[in-house]
Ligand binder design. Sequence first.
Ligand SMILES: Nc1ncnc2c1ncn2[C@@H]1O[C@@H]2COP(=O)(O)O[C@H]2[C@H]1O
Length: 235
Amino acid sequence: MVERHKSRGELNQRELIKSAPFFEGLPEEIVERTTAQVVVREHPSNQVILLENDWGSSVYFILEGWVKIRTYNLDGKEVTLNIIGKGELFGEMAPLEEVPRSTDVITLAPTTIGNMPASDFVNLIHTEPKAGIRLAQLMARRLRQVNRRLRLRESDSTSRVADILLFLADGQGTKTAEGVEIPNLPHRELSSLSGLARETVTRVLSKLEKKKLIVRPDRDTLCIPDLGALERLMV
Ligand SMILES: Nc1ncnc2c1ncn2[C@@H]1O[C@@H]2COP(=O)(O)O[C@H]2[C@H]1O
């Protein structure tokens, strides 16, 4: 893990963290004050950032890259609850509720994360209504995603894979002239996220690729040319 100390890149770090969508539209002086203690760190892929049941004192802003939100079922099998990326934050639940961490969080790619003292984050929510609304919107979006996945639990494998792709496009997609680009995540992660066998995920993805519902511009990217066409597959 590489920690960029303030003396070497304070300006870049501050600009990077201040550009996080969470701070958009908040009064300049509040953003200045709240982000003053943020430390930006670069993490390699597959690094544990948070552990379930630990007590934590930070809230994290993803400035680049991807993390998975992981827990285990009663049989000890890994369950991926979500995959979130650039522009998202995590680690807000434990400090807000004053309880231990609810899940593990692990990087899925080289990832840059801004680490804010939880007390600064909680103060911000208490004092700045716009920040409170933004947090409520974030929670609402996560609940909507979970509801959607629960609704599709009994659906066929194509619908469930399509749902995961649409969910990634919704939260993390980048619009290009060709469609919406999402990261080409390892099939075992998509399998854990969708609750389907890895082989099933691979089979559905190649079917979608043959039908040109997804294309691969490069090794790390999947592109969805027409979100509506993918949505119409879902039953
Ligand atoms: N379903 C989910 N989707 C996105 N993020 C989540 C989800 N469940 C937990 N998290 C995040 O994972 C974090 C683990 O630590 P916390 O409980 O402090 O805060 C949690 C949330 O920020």
